[in-house]
Write a protein that binds this ligand. Structure first.
Ligand code: GDP
Ligand code: MG
Length: 695
């Protein structure tokens, strides 16, 4: 039978409403991931054939609203207006009906046929609450389908609803928010004006444009302004806004939002029977404590501490196995491969270098798992809320937390890109400037290595906590300095949405852990591997003849010092000597600019090459411990430098692009971080010596 036609269906919804889950259920493996033109927002599409229709589903970015506050919101509404999907399925988290329906009030103004999928209906039931889905359907004049995304329930019903609606077997009504007499009459004036425009913007729903003008939506005003006759309309709208402001003694956008919430609240009261427990919702109770003015921050610190404690306690033995594995692999390779360049390449270059980084893979996994737990439970959103208050004092924007959080244990590259959500250019630059100070996944092995080598095992979690606390302090401190000097100006506030608490699922956590862990592995197997080979070659060439009567140990040391890399190290040594480092530290730090893990792999190669008998390789940690030229104080000063100095190449390239592109700002970043790193490391080392912590 021939296909009856093609349908495009957009999936809209709040973040965490289960949109992607349902998208995956509906489309299975037939997905295509691209980008919306000009932005980093991901565009996921999937095609299926159902009842002779070819249906294309588009997973729109998760948003709470459809104003012009963020790129996500603009992308979502642009898609609906410009690509005109036949139907939009609004995925509603039914367990959080009031907040989720806000988006609905805006969707229906876009005049696109909407179907509501009441997802998480299992959670509603479990709470002992009831939602009268038929009631909502009647009140909103729309199709309402209860679903349970993660159990794949309700998908056929949803598909059938799409087809039925499209075939006109079911009618939907337009029941919109009642904005009240006063707003309505101004709205009528503005829309009448738009209608009379010589080139009426085609394809844009008239009512939507009208309400957006009253709301002073930055995108819509900008859009109208450049149309023929636009400025006159804007003048008219401004008059209306002034009138409303006088009448309500409040901004029209606030009044409009109030009306929307009023509408929703009416719908919810009629259609929702809440269980007594829910009225004093558990989430609210937890929030009373977690968001408390005085307790909020200590609790956040405690959570972070718990993450490190968990990571260190449980990863310790597994990291040990990995170390032993690479140690044995090195010994085996030394036995099998005859002495010479090939042996050195495999033992010192590959196993010594990449092995050092891979050794920390379990630690990274444990850390990712612990962090995913707090993310999925809903706590991290609270942390952002708690931090927002403090961040303002330091001239950062509440939204800066997200880029910093993404960078922490993740990567500064998406972190820097995430700062796009900040509207103000100054706020954005400051955020981009301090985001690389966070301890990303690549810096993690450096800290794990040196803390493991120079501090007692019980101290591991404490030291790690200290380093993270320092990273935050440095980021905040430098934001404050930047705000006071280079970027003077106001920081804007923003409203944060708090999702309800949820017990994370094990599969969800494992998946997240694996997704991020896999990136770590992939990087170690590709870029780190490549750089390790280059570093190994740098230390191995030019080859030098062993002198008569010279011991093996001396020969190895002299070879390294006189190699290309060694000479570079010697050249920078004077600059790092006051920080307690010798040329080896200098080389490792310089190499680390390519990727931060390379600091570890370079150390691995250096110590492996220095090893007299490759068949008795020892883990890098032990080699460092035995080296008398290190001390806990020196290790700490070294970590201080690693914490602050230049982001890696890729991060710098992205910074360059996102800052304008601006070469000046990029050079400023390089200068600023290098100077700060040197000064901080100097203070730690020299200060520590003065205080008698050894040399
Ligand atoms: P998105 O941000 O809207 O794309 O949300 P996701 O699809 O990533 O889902 C967020 C979380 O909710 C995931 O852990 C899902 O497994 C879970 N989830 C999705 N649908 C349901 C549901 O109907 N009931 C419950 N209990 N969990 C769900
Ligand atoms: Mg999603």
């Amino acid at each position: 039978m021939a296909a009856k036609g093609k349908l495009t269906v957009g999936l809209a919804g709040n973040p965490n409403s289960g949109k992607s889950t349902i998208f995956n259920n509906l489309t299975g493996a037939h997905q295509h991931v691209g980008n919306y033109p000009g932005v980093t927002v991901e565009k996921k599409e999937g095609k299926i054939v159902y009842k002779d229709y070819e249906i294309t589903f588009v997973d729109l970015p998760g948003t709470y609203s459809l104003s012009a506050h963020s790129e996500d919101e603009i992308v979502a509404r642009d898609f609906i207006i410009k690509e005109k999907p036949d139907i939009v399925v609004h995925i509603v988290d039914a367990s959080n009906l009031e907040r989720n329906l806000y988006l609905y009030t805006q969707l229906q103004e876009l005049e696109v046929p909407v179907i509501l999928a009441m997802n998480m209906s299992d959670v509603v039931e479990k709470r002992g609450s009831k939602i009268n889905y038929a009631g909502i359907s009647r009140l909103l004049g729309k199709l309402v389908i209860p679903t349970v995304g993660n159990k794949n329930k309700g998908m056929d019903e949803l598909l059938n609803a799409v087809i039925d609606l499209h075939e006109g077997k079911i009618r939907i009504e337009k029941i919109g928010v009642d904005y009240g007499e006063e707003v309505k009459s101004e709205f009528d004036k503005v829309t009448a004006g738009i209608k009379k425009m010589p080139d009426v913007p085609k394809g844009y729903p008239l009512g939507w444009l009208g309400i957006k003008l009253l709301e002073n939506d930055s995108w819509v005003t900008g859009f109208i302004a450049q149309l023929h006759g636009g400025p006159a309309i804007l003048l008219e709208a401004e008059k209306s806004r002034t009138h409303l402001k006088k009448h309500f003694s409040d901004d029209p956008e606030v009044i409009i939002a109030d009306r929307r919430y009023g509408f929703i609240s009416g719908v919810c009261t009629e259609a929702q029977t809440r269980s007594p427990e829910e009225r004093h919702d558990l989430s609210d109770k937890i929030d009373k404590v977690v968001l408390n003015r005085f307790l909020g921050l200590p609790i956040f610190a405690l959570v972070m501490y718990a993450i490190f404690k968990f990571t260190f306690t449980f990863s310790e033995p597994v990291v040990g196995w990995f170390e032993t594995f690479f140690e044995k692999a090195g010994e085996l390779a030394a036995k099998v491969i005859p002495e010479g360049l090939t042996q050195s390449f495999v033992v010192d270059g590959l196993i010594g270098g990449v092995g050092g980084v891979l050794g920390f893979f379990p630690l990274v996994l444990f850390m990712f798992f612990a962090i995913a737990f707090f993310e999925d439970s809903g706590y991290m959103a609270r942390a952002a809320f708690v931090m927002d208050r403090i961040m303002h004092k330091f001239g950062l924007h509440g939204k800066s937390f997200l880029p910093m959080m993404i960078s922490t244990n993740g990567c500064a590259v998406p972190g820097i890109m995430a700062s796009r959500t900040l509207d103000n250019k100054k706020d954005r630059l400051i955020t981009m400037m301090v985001t690389p100070f966070m301890i990303c996944g690549a810096k993690l092995p450096i800290f794990a290595l040196f803390i493991g080598a120079f501090f007692a095992q019980e101290q591991g979690a404490n030291m790690m906590f200290l380093m993270y606390a320092l990273s935050v302090a440095i980021a905040f401190g430098s934001a404050w300095i930047l705000k006071k000097s280079v970027f003077k100006g106001e920081t804007s506030h923003f409203v944060m949405e708090l999702p309800p608490y949820r017990i994370p699922t094990i599969q969800g956590l494992l998946l997240k852990m694996w997704e991020r862990g896999w990136l770590y592995l992939k990087k170690a197997g590709t870029i780190i591997l490549l750089i390790s080979i280059i570093i190994w070659a740098g230390f191995t060439f030019p080859q030098r003849e062993t002198k008569e009567g010279e011991g093996k140990e001396v020969a190895a040391a002299v070879q390294m010092e006189q190699s290309f890399a060694g000479r570079i190290g010697k050249f920078v040594e004077p600059a790092v000597r006051p920080l307690g480092m010798d040329w080896r530290g200098g080389v490792a730090l310089m190499a680390g600019v390519t990727a931060k893990e390379v600091v570890v792999s370079t150390m691995g190669t250096i110590y492996s090459l220095g090893e007299v008998d490759p068949e008795e390789a020892e883990p890098l940690k032990e080699a460092l411990q035995k080296d008398p030229s290190w001390s806990p104080l020196k290790a700490f000063a070294f970590l201080m430098f690693c914490l602050i100095y230049l982001p890696c190449f890729v991060a710098m390239a992205v910074f360059y692009r996102e800052s304008g592109p601006s070469l000046e700002w990029t050079l400023f970043l390089i200068f600023w971080t290098t100077v700060m790193a040197w000064v901080a490391s100097f203070i730690v080392y020299q200060g520590g010596r003065l205080l008698g912590f050894g040399g």
